[in-house]
Design a protein around this ligand. Structure first.
Ligand SMILES: [Zn+2]
Length: 335
C-alpha cells in the first residue's frame, strides 16, 4: 500500500452529477469480461471512526485499509448478518477488529503496544506488514441463529490485506477475485496543516462466468500456494481484468474528484461497464446499555466488586468509545 497524499483544487461535488460520492459502495458489472465487483471511497465516515480513536498515524492507516476491505466484503452478504475481520498477530499492532453489520453499519478498533510501535517507527519499520507481524487473519460471516457461522482463516506473514482477500475467496468459494486498496490523508483548501481528513478507497472484482469450466482456467496470482504442475492456458477475460487492475493508481482510488464511477469508466470504457446505484455505509456501533447490562448481569458478586471504582462501574465500548456508567447495587445478587 503506497503512501499517498493529495490536495484537491476544489471542493468535490460529485453528487451533483449523479455520482454516489463518499461512503457509498457502488456495484458494477463488466459483461464482456464476466466480471462483477464493487468499488467504494470512504471519506467522512472513516474520518469519524479514526478521529474518535486518535490512533497514531501508522495504526490509523492500517485500520483504514482493513475498514475499506471489510466494507467491500461485508456488502457482499446476501442476507442479514455480520461480517467480521479480525487479526491476531505478534507485531506492534497485535489486533485489528472491523465489523460490518448489514445493511450499512461499520465499526473498527485496533490494539497496539505504544512502546513497540514507537520503536518500529524509529527504526523505519512501520509498513503494514511490519506493524502486523506474523499471525492470522480471520474473516467470519455470522448470519444469525438459523445459519452456520462461516470462518475463513488466512495466515498473515508478510501478506498484504489485498492478498488476504484473494486467498479468502479461493478458499471459501473458489472464485477468482482481485482487490486494490488505498489509504491517504487529504487536506481541503482553506484548511490549515492540522486539518487532514482520512480517506480510503477500494475496488474488488470477481470472475463469474456462466460456464463453470472457465473458472478453472482462471489464473490466480497470490492464491493459496497450490502449484499447478501444468501451465494451463488462463482465461483471457480474467487476464484482461488483472491487467486493467494493474493500471489503477492508488491516488485514483481515493481521489474524490475522480469518484467511483469515473474510475470505472476509465478502466472499462472499451468493454462497457454497468454501474448500479450506490449503497450507503455508515459509522454505527451496535453497542447499547442493555447489551452491557446483560454482560454485567452474568458477573459474580466478586467480579462486580472488582469492576467497581469510586462507587461506579464504568464500561467503555472499544469500538465507539461510548462510556456507560452503572450503579453496582443494580447487580447485587440475592443471597
Ligand atoms: Zn460502541
Amino acid at each position: 500500500m503506497p503512501e499517498t497524499a493529495i490536495v484537491t483544487e476544489q471542493q468535490p461535488k460529485l453528487g451533483e452529477f449523479g455520482f454516489a460520492g463518499d461512503d457509498h459502495v457502488v456495484p458494477f458489472e463488466v459483461g464482456p469480461l464476466d466480471v462483477r465487483g464493487r468499488i467504494v471511497q470512504l471519506g467522512p465516515m472513516l474520518d469519524q471512526i479514526l478521529g474518535r480513536h486518535d490512533y497514531p498515524e501508522p495504526v490509523a492507516r492500517l485500520l483504514a485499509e482493513a475498514s475499506v476491505l471489510t466494507v467491500l466484503l461485508g456488502t457482499l452478504l446476501k442476507f442479514e448478518g455480520k461480517f467480521i475481520l479480525q487479526t491476531r498477530t505478534d507485531g506492534p499492532v497485535d489486533m485489528l477488529v472491523v465489523d460490518f453489520a448489514t445493511p450499512r453499519a461499520l465499526r473498527a478498533y485496533a490494539r497496539f503496544d505504544a512502546d513497540r510501535l514507537a520503536a518500529a517507527v524509529a527504526a523505519g519499520e512501520a509498513s503494514p506488514k511490519d506493524l502486523l507481524g506474523k499471525g492470522v487473519l480471520a474473516l467470519t460471516i455470522d448470519q444469525g441463529a438459523h445459519t452456520q457461522r462461516y470462518q475463513g482463516v488466512v495466515p498473515l506473514d508478510g501478506t498484504s490485506l489485498e492478498d488476504v482477500a484473494r486467498v479468502y475467496f479461493r478458499q471459501s468459494e473458489q472464485i477468482p477475485t482481485d482487490v486494490r486498496l488505498s489509504v491517504a490523508r487529504m487536506r481541503l483548501p482553506g484548511e490549515g496543516a492540522g486539518h487532514e481528513h482520512w480517506r480510503a478507497g477500494g475496488i474488488l472484482a470477481q470472475f463469474l462466468p456462466e460456464a463453470p469450466e472457465r473458472l478453472r482456467l482462471a489464473d490466480l496470482p497470490g492464491g493459496n500456494g497450490d502449484d499447478d504442475e501444468d501451465d494451463d492456458p488462463t482465461d483471457n477475460a480474467w487476464q484482461e481484468l488483472l491487467a486493467l487492475f494493474e493500471t489503477i493508481e492508488p491516488s485514483e482510488l481515493i481521489d474524490p474528484t475522480v469518484g467511483a464511477e469515473r474510475l470505472l469508466y476509465r478502466l472499462f470504457h472499451e468493454h462497457g461497464v454497468r454501474v448500479f446505484t450506490g449503497i450507503p455505509v455508515a459509522d454505527e456501533c451496535s453497542c447499547s446499555r442493555e447489551k452491557i447490562r446483560g454482560i454485567l448481569e452474568s458477573f459474580t458478586a466478586e467480579e462486580i466488586v472488582e469492576s467497581t471504582e469510586n462507587g461506579n462501574i464504568r464500561v467503555n465500548c472499544e469500538f465507539c468509545s461510548t462510556e456507560y456508567l452503572f450503579d453496582p447495587t443494580e447487580f447485587a445478587k440475592a443471597e
